[in-house]
Write a protein that binds this ligand. Structure first.
Ligand code: 5RP
Length: 222
């Protein structure tokens, strides 16, 4: 197992401490979230079930014997556990490398506590080295791309990828040209472009707790 995988696994194990007994929780998408699902398999009797942030996660949860719930059939979730592509110590994130950003943002918004789990290499001083994913309604692809160029970014169409919501992803490079110094402002600016469903900046609603795993242990922020 690589050091990164050890870190992911440790962060996932540490998140078990937050499990609310007998309740429905939100579960994210990606390799770190998959480690969390593996951990949950043995603890599944502690929760009532889970809301999945993607079809892939739903499949894994089902295979782990965890009952699936629709977000519309449950109230505010007590806990959401998910990974990130980048994280700051202020718990602002870039997410969506796996393309599940919209459902992830919805579940994060509908949860009281968002625990972000990642390996320590995801910690950055300033967000933006990782390409920022933007989910876009297909007919708006060119228009949104032009607007992002006008803002100073370089959008790249994620070829051959369709989100669970039937949309496309533009990955924005050169994000530093977009003044990531103010991530909440940039998150809002991009979300205000017609045709954008949402973008992968989790700044207005970042994580409440960030758990960063490494071979040395788990570092907690928040
Ligand atoms: C998926 C995500 C993931 O949380 C993010 O891409 C991190 O993935 P991994 O845990 O595989 O590093 O936002 O849309």
């Amino acid at each position: 197992m690589s050091d990164q995988d050890i870190g992911k696994r440790r962060a996932a194990e540490a998140a078990l401490e937050f499990l609310p007994e007998g309740e429905v929780i939100g579960v994210g998408t990606g390799s770190t979230a998959n480690y969390f699902i593996e951990c949950l398999r043995d603890q599944r009797q502690r929760i009532a079930g889970a809301v999945a942030s993607s079809e892939a996660t739903a499949e894994r949860l089902k295979a782990a014997g965890i009952e699936l719930f629709d977000l519309n059939s449950v109230g505010t979730l007590p806990l959401y556990v998910d990974g990130a592509d980048e994280a700051t110590e202020h718990r602002q994130l870039i997410k969506g490398g796996g393309g599940a950003l919209t459902r992830e943002k919805i579940i994060a918004a509908a949860s009281r506590t968002f625990v972000c789990i990642a390996d320590a290499s995801k910690l950055v001083r300033r967000l933006g080295a990782y390409p920022l994913p933007v989910e876009v309604i297909p007919m708006a692809r060119s228009y949104v791309a032009r607007q992002i160029v006008a803002l100073g970014g370089r959008p790249v169409y994620r070829q051959g990828f369709v989100t669970d919501n039937g949309n496309i992803i533009l990955d924005v490079l050169d994000i530093h040209g977009l003044d990531i110094v103010e991530p909440i402002k940039l998150e809002q600016t991009i979300n205000n472009i017609a045709g954008v469903v949402t973008n992968g900046l989790f700044a207005a609603r970042g994580a409440d707790v960030l758990l960063l795993g490494s071979a040395d242990g788990v570092q907690r922020f928040g």
